[in-house]
Design a protein. Structure first.
Length: 172
């Protein structure tokens, strides 16, 4: 299936980004920006979703030029950050899937900056990602399905540089 056929088949019209509510004024002013652009423009960020080690790894692997998104409105990192108090007031931004068709969009089936994880062109989504367990009708009470889903939820979509305000559909 093509990317559009995959999105249509699973009725996917949004992807997700988590952040702290304190970052909303900056997002409203600038849009969603990659770490590289945030640093280049010297924009003050109230609360990053990633820690110093993650940012260092992003820089090392060249992933700092991307905005990291989640396939679904669940990502283990958001839960972990809230639990540890790193993101006191998390919110989810729904992003229009049209950004997936921009040039240079990639995805990873695990946390992108983890050693050994490969990034793939978004056009290979249907071939490389476990999308059935993310968006399909599966029995989440089945232990094997539950394990697959937990693994698939760690995946990331990487959008280069900036997501414009008009591509942010809602705050949830």
């Amino acid at each position: 299936m093509t990317l559009q056929e995959t999105l249509d088949f699973y009725n996917i019209d949004k992807i997700w980004h988590f952040t702290d509510i304190s970052n909303v004024p900056s997002i409203l002013e600038h849009g969603l920006l990659s770490l590289k652009i945030i640093e280049k423009l010297d924009i003050s960020v109230s609360c990053f979703g990633a820690d110093k080690l993650s940012h260092d790894l992003d820089r090392y692997y060249g992933l700092d030029k991307y905005i990291h998104l989640s396939f679904i409105k669940e990502h283990p990192m958001c839960y972990k950050k809230k639990l540890h108090g790193d993101i006191p007031n998390p919110i989810w931004l729904a992003i229009d899937v049209s950004v997936l068709f921009d040039t240079g969009v990639y995805f990873a089936t695990d946390v992108a900056n983890k050693t050994g994880v490969s990034c793939h062109d978004i056009k290979k989504l249907e071939q490389k990602a476990d999308i059935e367990v993310l968006w399909g009708k599966t029995d989440w009470s089945d232990s094997k399905i539950k394990k697959r889903r937990l693994s698939a939820k760690r995946g990331e979509i990487m959008i280069p540089n900036k997501i414009k305000l008009e591509n942010i559909l809602e705050v949830a």
